[in-house]
Design a protein around this ligand. Structure first.
Ligand SMILES: Cc1ncc(COP(=O)(O)O)c(C=O)c1O
Length: 446
């Protein structure tokens, strides 16, 4: 087996570090690179032997991107309907983000939480004020900054336990929901009731009860004023199948939480920050359904790792110095990017354009669904968090592969759903071309 040297790869990547003039869509499908290609050799000799075996990946090495287009080591171009799993909200290689990174990196990258820094303070203030201005969490008050979604949820769970225990030492249980996803660290995993993810790592944290989304009786059956400290829910489930939760259920859930002195945590890590067409998915809801804690990550860094946990003053009152912390959380670089993202996304014209793009997408997806009535059960989702749910025995892995071969990246979600989470500023022509590829790829997968 030939070994590609790091040097030759580096050379290749430098050549490709701009939208390629040669890159193109192929008029006939091109299979993933084989083991004799530059891609195959790199994966077999460098990536696979030295990386832990926790991911199943196709033979694809991505090198660079621009906006909603992304390029691989074979110089192929793809329309990106994944945006790195709902992360690169302003597209790849965004010029403003690149400038902020450059400017901040030449000033101060990191100073730890031993001291204050300006970008972190400004981001916390911006998240609170912008949330209120955009019809979100009416009592938003303070922010804990961290580095990822799972960490944002860990903070939320710890804060909720602290709140519960401030009332009574046994008030530490959580309620979570079927088909939810909250992350892979042990706390977040404990409230992610998917046996595939949980069983290899059991026992998990005790006191987690699982209810059914949109079924208030199932919550009533497990909630306890003495034992439950918090309920955690995604207002639109992402990984679990792109499932928007009913407004009436969330209003009832909020009331049930009030009645039992239980905190309500909204995990907006995937559905937040403009993805639903408003700043937060819960910005669509009346104040009567607003949460006590919101968790945020993904889009906040446009690809740079960051997370945040926003709380009300009621939760803050249960916290004291030393309760939680992180070395990197709130570092000046991530925070400076986060402020820019919040400013950009909360702009009304930007959010209106997301809703316009969503309408275009939904129209296209409905047309596709009508073509395959035996295979596609429904078009689901909100804003630019959308899904096509297929009948349970349809092999949607094949659709993902065919799309890739035809120059489009898509991902799956639970309930046999093909998930579409493009950049929020995806150009209309990329939407049209991408939907055309998706349609052809479904037909080729039958
Ligand atoms: C709703 C939700 N919560 C939490 C997470 C975990 O975030 P991270 O992968 O950044 O830890 C994800 C990731 O997909 C998510 O979609």
């Amino acid at each position: 087996m030939l070994r590609t040297t790091t040097r030759s790869l580096f050379k290749k990547q430098v050549i490709l570090a701009r939208p390629s003039l040669n890159a193109r869509f192929y008029s006939t499908p091109i299979p993933d690179a084989n083991e004799t290609s530059t891609t195959g050799k790199f994966i077999d000799s460098t990536s696979k032997p030295y990386s832990v075996t926790t991911y199943a990946r196709p033979n694809l090495v991505l090198t660079h991107g621009k906006g909603s287009y992304i390029y691989d080591l074979e110089d192929r171009e793809y329309i990106d309907f994944t945006s790195g799993i709902a992360v690169t909200c302003l597209g790849h290689a965004n010029d403003d983000v690149a400038k902020i990174i450059n400017d901040q990196a030449s000033k101060l990258l990191h100073c730890s939480n031993l001291y204050y820094n300006q970008p972190a303070g400004e981001l916390a203030e911006k998240l609170v004020t912008t949330t209120k201005e955009n019809g979100g969490m009416a009592d938003a008050s303070r922010v804990f900054l961290c580095n990822s979604g799972t960490e944002a949820n860990e903070a939320a769970l710890k804060f909720a336990r602290k709140y519960g225990k401030s009332i009574n030492p046994d008030k530490y249980e959580f309620i979570t929901f079927e088909n939810s996803f909250h992350g892979r660290t042990l706390g977040a995993l404990s409230v992610t009731p998917n046996p595939k993810y949980q069983e290899p790592f059991s026992p998990l944290i005790p006191g987690v009860n699982v209810a059914k989304p949109n079924d208030i009786e199932s919550v009533k059956a497990v909630i306890s004023k003495d034992r439950t400290c918090a309920v955690i829910i995604e207002p639109i489930q992402g990984e679990g199948g792109v499932n928007p939760i009913d407004e009436s259920f969330l209003v009832q859930l909020r009331q049930l939480c009030n009645d039992n002195d239980v905190l309500l945590i909204y995990d907006e890590i995937q559905c937040g920050l403009g993805r639903s067409g408003k700043l937060w998915a819960h910005s669509w809801l009346p104040k009567e359904a607003h949460p006590d804690i919101v968790t945020i990550a993904k889009a906040l860094g446009n690809g740079f790792p960051i997370g945040a946990t926003m709380i009300t003053e009621k939760v803050e009152k249960a916290l004291q110095v030393g309760d939680h912390g992180t070395t990197y959380g709130g570092n000046p670089l991530a925070s400076a990017i986060g402020s820019f993202i919040v400013d950009t996304i909360s702009n009304k014209a930007f959010l209106d354009s997301v809703q316009g793009k969503s309408e275009k997408f939904v129209k296209g997806l409905e047309a596709i669904a009508q073509k395959y009535p035996e295979d596609i059960l429904q078009v689901k989702g909100k804003g630019l968090l959308l899904g096509l749910q297929f009948r349970p025995d349809f092999d949607i892995g094949k659709i993902v592969q065919k799309c890739r071969e035809n120059g489009l990246l898509v991902i799956t979600a639970g309930l046999n759903t093909v998930r579409l989470v493009p950049a929020l500023n995806i150009p209309d022509k990329a939407i049209e071309k991408g939907l055309e590829i998706l349609n052809n790829s479904i037909s080729e997968s039958k």
